[in-house]
Design a protein around this ligand. Structure first.
Ligand code: UDP
Length: 342
């Protein structure tokens, strides 16, 4: 079948406190940008042509990839209206929409939030839990977050495991940073706490209660991030059913960090919040909500985690970028043939 021209629209955001755009992949914190980066890798490997929008400054120079230097929503929309792509695959959370696109162009949006999708027609979800939470129809495709293993360093590939646990995400109540610290404390193992702090009181509570095991390192990117992901004993993804950033009870939609940890040969300890109940069991263990971890049980959970090779191959098998890109291409072709869903 003929290769497709796909416009991938990243969520256009600037680096906080700067004029620069957050790129694909991102300079630091940024789950959606990693989803777009890994999907782009898969589409390019399958031979499709990719036009990346909403991320000016992203690394170009790969065959088949054009980084379109537009970031403002109106400019993105304008470019899309006048382009001859086959498909617009939107990750912008509704910043752009299907209005005004040439009639033969298919519009698919991947929803990354916990609210109702702005463009529910032709929308895909990252987990069944997210689809149900956001009111997506039973026929709306669920496609998990892709990971390109080549972007990660497997443990055993020159990275030795060290005796620490890793939290890598925004240090916010819904992401369970406090509960991750409680788990590490119960295990008696150091917790490296990586990520931006936007709620200082919450951060202070973590250091006040569990400061003896917590090592805050702020937001990390680049090589340091890769090294931490590969050398940690486990990554803790302890999302909690508390009010999330968009209101309502938090339902973890896709959890980019889970597939990144697994591709790095690092198992995951997670709660069963949202998508985590669907993806963590293949690469780790589920634990309860809250901070009440008994030391023996917590240490037992660490002991029984799957081995690095096992989680790396689970990541490749379940979330490999080429097969996930193929699942999206299938949906692009359905939309192009006139099928849609809500
Ligand atoms: N991240 C990072 N540096 C940090 C904290 C987080 O690179 O200091 C990345 C992390 O690797 C992941 C993303 O930010 O790719 C967070 O996405 P996730 O889906 O896990 O969480 P959410 O988008 O819900 O905050």
């Amino acid at each position: 079948m003929k290769p497709l021209k796909v416009a991938l629209v990243n969520i256009p955001l600037r680096v906080p406190g700067s004029d620069k755009w957050i790129t694909v992949p991102p300079q630091g914190y940024g789950g959606i940008q990693w989803v777009v980066a890994n999907l782009m890798d898969g589409l390019l490997e399958l031979g499709h042509e990719v036009f990346l929008l909403g991320a000016p400054g992203s690394l170009a120079g790969r065959p088949g990839l054009t980084v379109v230097p537009v970031g403002e929503p109106q400019e993105i929309q304008q470019w899309l209206r006048t382009s001859d792509v086959d498909v617009v695959h939107d990750h912008s959370g509704g910043v752009i929409g299907p209005a005004g696109l040439p009639p033969a162009t298919a519009f698919l949006s991947s929803h990354h939030f916990t609210t109702r999708a702005v463009n529910p027609v032709g929308c895909t979800y990252s987990s069944r839990a997210q689809r149900a939470h956001c009111g997506g129809g039973d026929d709306a495709p669920v496609i998990p977050i892709p990971v390109d293993p080549a972007r990660y360093r497997p443990a055993g590939g020159g990275v030795a495991k060290e005796d620490f646990l890793l939290f890598l995400g925004r240090v916010s109540p819904h992401k369970g940073a406090l509960e991750a610290a409680a788990f590490a404390h119960a295990c008696g193992v150091r917790l490296v706490l990586g990520g931006p702090v936007w709620e200082p009181e919450y951060f202070e509570e973590i250091t006040r209660r569990y400061g003896s095991v917590v090592e805050p390192i702020g937001e990390v990117g680049g090589e340091r991030r890769l090294g931490l992901l590969a050398s940690a004993r486990a990554v803790l993804v302890m999302s909690q059913p508390v009010t999330g950033p968009w209101g309502g009870v938090w339902c973890e939609p896709g959890a980019t960090v889970v597939s990144e940890a697994a591709a790095s040969g690092t198992p995951v300890v997670g709660t069963g919040n949202g998508c985590l109940a669907e993806i963590v069991p293949s690469v780790g263990r589920i634990v309860d909500y809250g901070t009440g971890f008994a030391p023996d049980a917590a240490r037992g959970t660490l002991e029984e985690l799957p081995a690095p090779d096992e989680v790396r191959s689970a990541a490749e098998r379940l979330w490999g970028h080429v097969s996930i890109a193929g699942r999206y291409v299938e949906q692009y072709r359905r939309l192009l043939s006139g099928v849609t869903w809500k």
